[in-house]
Each structure stands twice: as C-alpha cells, then as structure tokens.
Design a protein around this ligand. Sequence first.
Ligand SMILES: [Zn+2]
Length: 302
Amino acid sequence: MRIGIDLGGTKIEGIVLDAGGNVRARQRIPSPRGDYDDTLNAIRGMVAHLETDCGERCSVGIGMPGAISPASGLVKNANSTWLIGHPFATDLEDRLGREVRLANDADCFALSEAKDGAGSGCRTVFGVIIGTGTGGGIVHDGQLLSGPNAIAGEWGHNPLPWPREEELPGPDCYCGKQGCIETWTSGPGLSAAFARDTGRDATAEEIARAAQAGDPKAADAIRRYADRLARALASVVNILDPDMVVLGGGMSNIAALYTLLPDLLPSYVFSDTVRTRIERHRHGDASGVRGAAWLWPERQTP
Ligand SMILES: [Zn+2]
C-alpha cells in the first residue's frame, strides 16, 4: 500500500491508499510552523502511525509547496519558508529509512486526477490549480512529466497571450515581471481586475456569486476572466495537445467556466476543431494526499 502525505503551511495530512484507490487510514496534524527538525519528526511520526494502522510497510510520497532544486537538492520556492535551503528529500529518507518521492502540489493534483479522477483514462492530462496562485502539472501515460528544472507545467509565469491594449503592460507579479498569467487568472487576479474596472472591492467568490445573481458588471468580469483563461490555456494546448484539462483550486468552482471555455478556446487554438475536454476536478482538496500516494505507481514497496 501507499502512503501519501500533503505537507501544507498549516496542517500535514496523510493517508494510506490501497491498490484500488481506497483510503485505508488517515491522519491530520498541525504543521510545526517555523521548525525544520520538528517537521521531519512529525512526518516520521505520521508514517509510523499510518503503518501501524494499516499493518504493513508502505511506499511514501510527499506533496509539498515549492520544489526540490535538481541542481542543489535543496528546497526552493516554498511558501513554508522554514524548508527553504534544506536537503529535505535526503533528510526525510534518512529518518524514514527508505527512498521517498516528492512533488509539488500542482503535480500531485494532476497525478491524482489523471490516475482515478476526472482525467482517468486520458493519455495526456494538464492539471491546473487556479486559486491564490496559478500552477499546473502534466501527466502522460500515467506518469508525471518532470524535467531538468523541475518546472514542467508551470505556466503561471508566462505572459498572458494575445494581450489587448488595455492589458499591457499588465499587473506587477511577485516574480519580478509584469502581466504574468497568474496575475490575471488567480483569485486575487480576478479581484484586482474587477476593482480596476469597476472601482468595487470584492473577492473572486463574491464576483462569481454576483454574476450568477444577475449583476451585469460582475458577469462581464467573469466573461473577461474566462477569455483570459482561454487564451492562457490555448497557448498550452498548442504545445501539449492534452486530451483533457482538469481545473482545480477555488476558481474551478465557477460553473460558468465549463460553458464559456469550450466556446472561447477555438478562437485561439491552432486547429480547425478543438476536442480538448475541460473538466472540473473530482477529488478536490484530497488530490494533494492522493497524488502524493500515486508518486509510487509500481506495485512493489521499497
Ligand atoms: Zn510572475
């Protein structure tokens, strides 16, 4: 069986997944915020607890914010800043006495949805998280795509394609550039665009609710949001040609996207027909732990 652990900024969640994708045991504990050593110990304790519960030694996969730099083996880009600069993978392997696989949360989301979620049975899945940020992961033939920079699927910091005049140069992004896809397609991105266009302050969720209730300015904001998302997705579809795009994160709950996006994509995708399916996630928040568990697709336990 497989253990999947989702290492979040406020909580650590772990499950044991059997070969059929059923959850056999689970545990949730608060993250030892700010303490690297305590984080390692907490994970060791969780693995021991889960293995006692299920009665066998398991493989261990971990979903985490940020990534392990292939160049240095050290954690980079993590919002759990106390992990940054540490050789997290090798330290964990020492504590757990086995090989451990790690991936970022967007990769775990994509893997979980491709394995037995919305994208089950698809050859190539582009899993997208649009929430406080914009991330993505790519699964092909059941395997997570990973490359020498550990950034496969990270489309959020490409520029918004086919920009309109009023979209240039675009909002400042924390990465140092302007007009990144994330600054338009994340929840805060929608909220900021709405404030610029209407002078009204509202969260993405409030805008979506107002649009549904018939507020014309909110509905307009959602249409413009969908058009930007369609442009951003089209640039990925033109390169990757995935069978399915699975949307996750808070913005994926905007029901209108699933009718707007299929209508908008053909204007931007370089093809006479667009057969790419756009679907909402099936596992939602559970994709973090489930995808982490599936980092070990093999049957044997290390
Ligand atoms: Zn950026």
